[in-house]
Design a protein. Structure first.
Length: 550
């Protein structure tokens, strides 16, 4: 039962994202087609930019990398740390009833039995016997659905050329015979697929693959194995074999470290319900299909907060956290239109509400964060499996109960990707010049200010160092004296530095410097004494926190 439900929960999420009527998809698709093509280009450039400027490198690249594992470089780690600080402080500083923990990655294996992950944290996989390649069965079928979309889109494109200005896409899709044929076929496939997912019917998934003559992209054959469940947890052994090694898992979510510590924290912190426990840490999933750069990784980082509430109060808190988390995202100023909620219609048996916050990535709206009302399922399971009483005694009600839990769960890497996608910008400048600029929120930028002596002599480097020494205690600063000022500006634009400060001969006379603003490229003369205030006004997280709580 649990396996079935968990499997269903996972695939239902995918299915729901596709469960839009064909026409809606098509309209969207045709409207956005050209924009999408260039967006793909932009995405490729972004990935290259991340590597070229020290944000993200393929892991162990000198050995040709490891699939879906990435390393963060000198700028990436600063951005990542700033994201984590923004999240952590928004939980811990802004809420007197939320505290943090840092649980170990290795946990007692029974944890994962109790949580249901051992039995049911699965994806449906299928192998091609000829190429020996492994695929996710649901992804193969989703790609087949996308082929129908492409065919319809091609017909629309041809018709648009034929009819010119007077072309009415919607009308065309609804009335053209060939397009209608594709729409019908797509809907048929979609319905079968949805039913198979919902019924956890692995035979039917395989049958769909056979009926639609889906071939392996490598071997080109239909020589498929049966569809099997594949557990996404990585396992290893703890202890030497002589001692009797124990099979343990790399945690696939950080949340369980919070659940098993809930009573320790409640008691030692004298926490009263409602209260929350926050944690940031690595999670590991052996994703079968890992694509889209750092969007789906095998080793990634989560920022999770479990909020423990009285039974019956959970919906009130669920709404509260939905709203709070969206405000947190929007305060960054990447554009309110880039976010949307995606409520789950079908829920796992232990959840009574769930929603995703999606962000418009270059490859469409994608989940960045999940907010789940998990009832008392996890705590009850741990109580049952451990045999320990972990109920909470509520002094106001004078009764004991197992608290209900609202979870907010966001991937650091996905957050990183959403910020980089929104920030990456190619601009044409006057005089035929161009620049690549990362318009990162100033609070998150890896480097806040770059100090530049106009020339490498006449005491200007010394003055520049003096300024840097004043600022470096509060802000991550860089120093650059190489090449022309224009080239130095471009270097800082490319890593998203909000301020460049130039020291010139006049500075030595009047204590004034030129401050150049990244996004507008405007420059002004300001006193060295005012620099701290000018930078602080833009990069202090306090300003974002005020927006969230006001
Ligand atoms: N504790 C609940 C939980 O783990 P989830 O929806 O599986 O829920 C939460 O994951 C968040 O973790 C996602 O919204 C996403 O941001 C991130 N995440 C999940 N799998 C990921 C992966 N393979 N690579 C990168 N981030 C991932």
């Amino acid at each position: 039962m649990r396996q079935k439900t968990k499997f269903r929960r996972k695939i239902t999420k995918n299915y729901e994202k596709r469960a839009i009527f064909a026409l809606q998809i098509l309209n969207n698709f045709t409207n956005k087609k050209y924009a999408m093509a260039s967006q793909e280009d932009v995405f490729k450039k972004l990935v290259a930019h991340c590597k070229e400027y020290g944000f993200v490198f393929p892991s162990s690249e000198i050995y040709d990398g490891v699939g879906a594992v990435y390393d963060y470089g000198q700028n990436g780690v600063e951005l990542k740390n700033n994201i984590k600080k923004y999240w952590w402080d928004s939980m811990i500083l802004l809420h007197e009833n939320i505290v943090g923990i840092d649980a170990a990655i290795f946990m007692h294996p029974t944890t994962w039995k109790a949580s249901g992950h051992v039995d049911a944290f699965n994806d449906p996989l299928i192998d091609n016997r000829d190429s020996k390649k492994r695929y996710r069965a649901d992804v193969l079928i989703e790609e087949q659905l996308a082929k129908f979309d492409e065919k319809i889109e091609k017909e629309c494109e041809k018709a648009a050329k034929r009819f010119g200005e007077s072309f009415d896409k919607e009308m065309f899709i609804q009335t053209n015979g060939r397009v209608q044929e594709y729409v019908t076929k797509r809907t048929e496939l979609h319905t079968r697929f949805a039913n198979a997912l919902n019924d956890n019917n692995l035979e039917e998934l395989k049958q769909i693959i056979l009926d639609y003559e889906i071939v392996c992209p490598i071997s080109g054959t239909k020589n498929w194995t049966d569809v099997r469940q594949f557990n996404l947890m990585f396992s290893t052994e703890m202890g030497s074999t002589a001692d009797g090694a124990m099979k343990i898992y790399l945690r696939p979510e950080t949340a369980q470290g919070i659940f098993v510590n809930y009573l320790n924290v409640q008691k030692t912190g004298r926490m009263k319900i409602p209260f929350g426990i926050a944690q940031i840490g690595k999670a590991f999933r052996n994703e079968i299909v890992a694509r889209q750069f750092i969007f789906r990784m095998r080793e990634f980082e989560q920022m999770e907060m479990q909020f423990f509430v009285r039974p019956g109060d959970e919906m009130k808190w669920f709404e509260h956290w939905k709203s709070f988390r969206l405000k947190w995202h929007k305060a960054l100023g990447l554009g309110d239109h880039k976010y949307r909620y995606h409520d789950h219609d079908k829920l796992a048996h232990y959840a009574n509400a769930a929603t995703d916050i999606e962000f418009e990535m270059p490859f469409g709206f994608k989940e960045v964060e999940g907010i789940h009302s998990r009832t008392n399922f996890d705590l009850s399971q741990h109580e049952q499996y451990s045999g320990k009483n972990i109920k909470y005694f509520d002094p106001e009600l004078n009764q004991s109960y197992t608290p209900y839990v609202i979870e907010t769960s966001i991937g650091v890497d996905r957050m990183f990707l959403s910020i980089m996608s929104a920030a990456y910008c190619e601009e044409k400048l006057e005089g035929g010049d161009s620049r690549v600029v990362l318009k990162l929120p100033a609070v998150l930028a890896p480097v806040k200010a770059c100090i530049m002596p106009l020339v490498k002599k006449d005491g200007l480097p010394e003055k520049a160092r003096e300024i840097m020494n004043q600022l470096k205690f509060d802000f991550k600063c860089a120093y650059d004296e190489k090449d022309s000022i224009g080239k130095r500006y471009r270097r800082q634009d490319a890593v998203g530095t909000p301020f460049c400060i130039t020291v010139d001969h006049q500075t030595l006379e009047d204590g004034m410097v030129t401050i150049r603003h990244r996004d507008t490229m405007s420059q002004e003369r300001v006193s060295i004494n005012d620099l701290h205030g000018i930078i602080d006004a833009q990069v202090n997280m306090k300003n974002l926190f005020k927006k969230i709580v006001e």
